[in-house]
Write a protein that binds this ligand. Structure first.
Ligand SMILES: Cc1cc2nc3c(=O)[nH]c(=O)nc-3n(C[C@H](O)[C@H](O)[C@H](O)COP(=O)(O)OP(=O)(O)OC[C@H]3O[C@@H](n4cnc5c(N)ncnc54)[C@H](O)[C@@H]3O)c2cc1C
Length: 517
């Protein structure tokens, strides 16, 4: 994640080994502060009739001690790998989702929905029932409409595999293991977004299982407010989305690139920001400043990663003002012209689980020179871990800004970029002073960026330490989201520490309840 030259090609085996190692260290050490009364293994495992659920499923119910339990239970962010479910319903179809939800409600078992498991804050972990939709990962494509229909558990990897043959795409992430559900429900940024909009902008229809167990289709002609909420209102809030129908677009050739500057960091960063902010919507990119520990000092580099619908020479023309300050040298300049999906293989990462904390804010306009100096200063002063720290921005604008904030639940339409700070560490550092020192550094750095950013944060970079999260994620759309939540999930069946709240009860009405925790 931190430095993109650390690209990984295969993940399954390493994922399992690292996850097992992480669990061995993580269990018992980490106590999630958002989980009240967290006591390690939940009593709920013994007291409820799991066999009743198992016999109701077409898919498998996986319990502690079963083969692959730890593999299915573990989230991407290993900080939360110690929160272990009493059972995992590996749902094969919508009927399994309904059966799991009904069973959890009947026995008052806490539940959580899991798709790709990549919630930054571990919000798809529970000690109760994990409703795991990841087996529902079928993707179909209708050439007559250009629509792709994806199961609620499809991942970016399924999108890559199934949209390559017809030479079409949606806006997708570059981490293959991320779930489309989490991605689209919280917005969905990717290198296509300036030309074609966010993933949620391309969402045309979704099937949902609601809190009362009913199955509904949500489109512009039926249950349109649930479609609206599913376009950026955040995963895990309104129901369980069991399929997504997304409008694709045709793709052709493009240029992909990973360019690393190791000198004149401040000047390169300033010039790069100017260049990409002025670039055409065919340019999709991330700019990062990466820090790694080298002895007692931090070594910094600046990276540009992304795609341009154009040629390598178009890219070099665009970057000429940056190259005039510092040429990265051939070894640090990976530029390739390719067909779209080969290019995505170059850009992709596999999403290997990590110990990580990321904090974001949106920016409107450009970050002034003193803001950029603040970023470089913080990274030079980074206290260090064995893995790395990064500040990055994702370039927005273009098609994203053509919609108005109220058109979809995703509200951040006028932003020019997402500024985000990430720090990663390893299993040996988890639970030690290294993490405490890094958290202090991260919080101070995040606060110091506020003069240069808006008050908004990206809901898909969900952050348990974000105190103003309701407005930060949903801005002026918060009230409508609360209304929809209250209408469809009055008893707050779907909740987690940063879920959209149910409106307070009006006098004389029966009130919303929290049935779990
Ligand atoms: C390595 C990495 C790379 C990333 N890259 C990108 C990127 O390129 N672009 C981007 O926009 N974001 C990116 N993200 C952020 C990502 O979009 C969010 O973390 C997203 O929520 C992950 O979705 P998931 O299904 O994998 O995670 P999960 O943890 O399974 O789910 C996330 C949330 O959605 C809920 N949920 C899951 N499935 C469903 C469902 N079927 N119905 C209703 N609710 C559901 C969960 O309960 C949880 O609250 C990245 C994250 C990581 C860790």
């Amino acid at each position: 994640m931190t430095t993109d030259s650390r690209k990984r090609s295969t993940y399954s085996r390493r994922w399992f080994l690292q996850t097992s190692a992480g669990l061995a260290v993580g269990v018992g050490l980490y106590r999630p502060d958002w989980l009240p009364g967290y006591t390690g293994l939940a009593d709920v495992r013994q007291e409820v009739p799991w066999t009743e659920l198992a016999s109701a499923l077409h898919g498998q119910l996986v319990r502690p001690g079963d083969m692959d339990y730890l593999r299915y239970a573990s989230p991407w962010n290993l900080r939360y790998a110690g929160v272990l479910p009493g059972g995992i319903a590996r749902c094969a179809d919508t009927g399994d989702v309904q059966a799991s939800l009904g069973w959890a409600r009947k026995y008052d078992v806490p539940l959580v929905i899991r798709s790709g498991g990549h919630s930054y804050a571990g919000f798809s972990t529970t000690q109760g029932l994990m409703i795991d939709v990841s087996p529902m990962n079928r993707v179909s494509f209708d050439p007559s409409t250009g629509m792709a229909t994806l199961g609620g558990g499809a991942r970016n990897a399924d999108v890559y595999a199934n949209l390559r043959p017809p030479s079409v795409a949606v806006t997708h992430g570059r981490c293959k293991a991320v779930g489309v559900a989490g991605l689209v429900l919280g917005g969905g940024i990717g290198f296509n977004m300036r030309a074609h909009g966010l993933t949620c902008d391309q969402l045309v229809q979704t099937e949902m299982v609601l809190a009362d167990g009913s199955r509904v289709i949500c489109s512009s002609s039926e249950n349109d407010e649930l479609l609206w909420a599913s376009r950026g209102g955040g995963g895990g809030n309104f129901g369980i989305n069991t399929s997504f129908t997304i409008q694709t677009f045709p793709v052709g050739r493009l240029t992909v690139y990973l360019i690393t500057w190791k000198e004149k960091i401040d000047e390169v960063l300033a010039a790069l920001q100017n260049v990409v902010l002025a670039s055409p919507n065919e340019m999709g990119c991330k700019v990062s400043v990466n820090a790694v520990r080298a002895g007692a000092e931090n070594t910094l580099n600046v990276q540009l990663l992304g795609q341009l619908i154009g040629t390598p020479s178009d890219l070099r023309d665009l970057l000429a003002p940056v190259y005039a300050i510092s040429h990265p040298g051939n070894a640090n300049e990976m530029v390739m012209e390719a067909n779209y999906w080969d290019g995505q293989e170059f850009l992709s990462e596999d999403g290997t689980p990590e110990y990580s904390h990321e904090r974001s804010r949106y920016v409107t306009g450009r970050i002034p020179d003193e803001g950029l100096a603040n970023i470089v200063r913080h990274l030079r002063d980074w206290p260090g871990t064995k893995v790395g720290a990064t500040w990055k921005f994702f370039l927005l604008g273009g098609a994203i800004s053509r919609l108005r904030p109220a058109d979809t639940a995703y509200v951040h339409r006028d932003a020019s970029m997402i500024s985000s700070i990430e720090v990663d560490w390893d299993a040996t550092e988890e639970g030690t002073d290294v993490v405490i020192g890094n958290e202090m550094w991260l919080n101070e750095f995040h606060a110091s960026m506020r003069p240069y950013t808006s008050e908004h944060s990206y809901q898909n970079f969900i952050d348990a330490s974000q105190t103003d999260w309701q407005r930060a994620y949903y801005g002026t759309n918060l009230e409508r989201l609360i209304e929809i939540k209250t209408k469809y999930d009055r008893t707050n069946v779907f909740h987690f520490p940063q879920s959209i709240p149910v409106a307070p009860t009006a006098p004389g009405q029966s009130g919303p309840q929290r049935s779990f925790h």
